[in-house]
Write a protein that binds this ligand. Structure first.
Ligand SMILES: [Ca+2]
Ligand SMILES: [Ca+2]
Length: 127
């Protein structure tokens, strides 16, 4: 690794850690329900550009428990895609997205039913 690449990496890590120290929120992807996915049955769920879940060939009625989380410090995008190209993101279809704010979720969870037949359950908590 060249020196400037290492420097860049260290800078990125430092700013990420700074965001954690300054506070913010934790997004937790709880579960993905394939209620009625139809032909778009290879879901990939991303938060802030990071894939937290992906599975091929989910069937109607199937639930995947995820419980993966990520700390963030400003509004970030939650996206549901359908994988059509397992090798990369180029062929994926965007099924839906929403902005997630750092405000903690009231109660224990929020359900999001999207038009393509998935229910994504997630929670935002203070760090
Ligand atoms: Ca597709
Ligand atoms: Ca597909």
């Amino acid at each position: 690794m060249k020196n400037h690449q290492l420097e860049q990496l260290l800078t990125e890590l430092t700013s990420q850690q700074a965001a954690t120290v300054e506070g913010g929120a934790r997004f937790t992807l709880l579960s993905v329900d394939a209620v009625n996915p139809g032909p778009e049955n290879d879901p990939r769920v991303q938060f802030a550009g990071i894939t937290l879940f992906s599975r091929e060939n989910m069937t109607a009625g199937q639930t995947a428990v995820v419980n993966r989380s990520r700390v963030f410090s400003s509004k970030s995008l939650l996206r549901l895609l359908d994988m059509d190209d397992p090798a990369g993101l180029a062929g994926d279809d965007l099924l839906g997205e929403r902005q997630i704010s750092t405000l903690p979720t009231p109660g224990s969870s929020v359900a999001w039913a999207n038009v393509n037949g998935y229910t994504i359950r997630y929670r935002v908590t203070a760090t």
